[in-house]
Write a protein that binds this ligand. Structure first.
Ligand code: AMP
Length: 112
């Protein structure tokens, strides 16, 4: 499959890894939008949030548990934001489910 994040998961494209286990990979975003900006992805290909189903959704709960653990380990006690973009209007540019974790500055709300 010609998927950028599947290639990162397979080790075919390098990344700056934050965390990895059998189900998920976390790595720093190449175009950071905050002092701390990493992505957490399922290793199994799910194209977007619109493709989450009862059959494949367990990994999403796992991802949030991993994010909570990484936030503790990285000292993000002042807070952070988790974002997942869906489709063209949602601003999704990579068609492999991913959760942005942004921290290290006060983040505006609502987003533009
Ligand atoms: P989205 O626009 O929500 O689909 O987010 C995709 C994100 O992937 C963007 O923030 C990009 O900067 C990031 N990105 C693209 N290619 C890479 C890469 N090779 N390594 C790390 N992050 C990437």
């Amino acid at each position: 499959m010609d998927c950028l994040f599947c290639k990162i998961t397979a080790g075919e494209i390098p990344c700056k890894k934050v965390y990895e286990d059998d189900q998920v990979l976390a790595f720093y975003d190449v175009d950071p939008q905050a002092p701390v900006h990493f992505l957490v992805i399922p290793k199994a290909h799910i194209a977007s949030p619109a493709d989450i189903t009862p059959e494949n959704s367990a990994v999403v709960a796992h991802i949030f548990a991993v994010i909570a653990r990484l936030a503790r380990e990285l000292g993000l006690e002042k807070g952070y934001r988790v974002v997942t973009n869906c489709g063209a209007d949602g601003g999704q540019s990579v068609p492999h489910l991913h959760f942005h974790v942004l921290a290290g500055r006060s983040l505006a709300w609502p987003p533009g």
